[in-house]
Every structure is written in C-alpha cells, then in structure tokens.
Design a protein. Structure first.
Length: 254
C-alpha cells in the first residue's frame, strides 16, 4: 500500500486487483477501477486492459464502451495480446477487417489460439479479399494443433466441402469428444446421412448431446427424426442429407 501511495504502477495494479476480487480486503469495484485508471494513465498496459474490461462490462462502474475502446487500444498498442484480441473483435464488428487482422496477428504471433482461429475465419470468409482456403486452413491448423476445439470443427467443415468425409469425421470427433456442440451435431448428422463410420444409435446420440448443450439445429434435427419415426419412414439414414454447420467467430469476452 505504501508503494501504491508512492505512485508505483505495479503496486497500484496489485492493490486494484485486491479490491476487485476481495483478496484480503472487502470487494470494492469502484475503488479498483479508480486504481486501475491511475495506473493506466501512467502507461501500465495491464491496468489499461483491466480498466477497459470493467468499463466494457459495466463491472462495478457505469458501462462506457467508447472509453473502454480507448483503453483497449492503448493496451493493444503496447502489444498486450488480450487487448489486441478485443480490439480485433471491435474492428471486425465495425467492418474494419484489415485493422482487425493486424490486431489478431499481433496476438497470434504471441501464441493466442483464438486470434489464430479468427485470422483463419477472415481468410475463409473472404473478409480480406477473395476467400483463401489454403491460408485459412493454415491458421485453423495452427490453432487446432494447440488444442483449440473450434478450429477442429472448422477444419472438419472445410474437409466436408472438399469431399474428404474421412478427414471431416476425424476432426468432428476430436472436437465432439471435448464437448463442442457444433461438432457433436455434425458428427451425428454425418452418421445419419451415411457419410461416417458410426451406427445409427451413436449418430442419434451425438445429435442428442448437441441438443442437450443447447445447439438449436440439433433440436430441429431430432424433431425431424421423431417425425420420420412416427411415419415409419426411418430406416437408419436421414433424407434429405443433413447440412454441416460451422462454429461462430471466437472472441474473448471483453
């Protein structure tokens, strides 16, 4: 506290964290934000990010998206990977795709798998010009190799698009076994369409697990299955062919 009183930015951040989390002192979000602002205005990037997070979420202080962005940007400009990821998301939502890529790239080069995945989506979706599947696959592959499950789901969808059902099944299963709802649905849908090496009961089981996880297309597919069962039309495959779904863009909650 003496160090914080003397103006040491690191000590101010520690004290702010204590008040924010109730670590040895009563929780006081407003005081935490005030301390973070003090350190942030001294140029401390961690404080800039934490203050931005609190402003963006209205965590114990009035929500202020504009001020939050200002502090996210200050922190990102110092290379903070979390702030870069948030700024990338903000720029993406505004349609500033090239700037989003630059922020994501800064975070990705520091090993942030969400940023790698997001860059893959920029290339896959054609946000940086013509769609570039090779570059998209490279970034998705890097994120997948680091264990980011959504990247496996996306690679599975790309494999299905290219007609490689075996690779698609492998990718979807990898993500599904880690509880990723889109992958669970896709794996089940492949089985029901006769495009994967799993039985009818296992396929329905994956769709049911996706539905239990709140994945809306899985509810719709189960409804169709029940309708076919009532009509006596169910014979182990589903017609028409189930379509593959893709996960949404990953962005750190800011």
């Amino acid at each position: 506290s003496k160090a914080a009183d003397s103006g040491d930015a690191d000590s101010i951040c520690v004290l702010a964290s204590m008040y924010r989390n109730g670590d040895g002192v009563p929780v006081d979000k407003a005081r935490a934000a005030s301390l973070y602002r003090r350190a942030a205005d001294m140029g401390e990037s961690d404080a800039q990010y934490d203050l931005a997070f609190m402003l963006d979420a209205g965590e114990g202080i009035p929500e202020d998206k504009e001020e939050a962005e200002r502090y996210f940007r200050l922190s990102a400009d110092q290379g903070d990977s979390d702030a870069c990821l948030c700024m990338g998301g903000i720029c993406f939502e505004r349609g500033e795709y090239k700037e989003a890529e630059e922020y994501f790239l800064t975070a990705a080069l520091k090993g942030d798998v969400k940023a790698e995945y997001n860059i893959g989506l920029l290339y896959h979706g054609g946000y940086l010009g013509a769609s570039d599947e090779a570059k998209a696959a490279e970034w998705f592959g890097s994120a997948a190799d680091k264990g980011f499950v959504l990247a496996h789901t996306m690679l599975g969808a790309m494999a299905m698009d290219s007609g490689n059902a075996k690779e698609a099944e492998k990718r979807f299963r990898t993500a599904a076994e880690q509880g990723e709802p889109t992958a669970m649905y896709n794996l089940g849908a492949m089985g029901l369409s006769g495009n994967a090496g799993l039985g009818f009961e296992e396929a329905v089981g994956w769709v049911a697990r996706a539905a239990s996880a709140g994945y809306e297309p899985a509810y719709e597919l189960l409804t169709r299955l029940n309708s076919q069962r009532r009509r006596g039309a169910l014979r182990g495959t589903l017609s028409p062919r189930c379509s593959v779904c893709r996960p949404g863009r990953a962005r750190r909650v800011c």
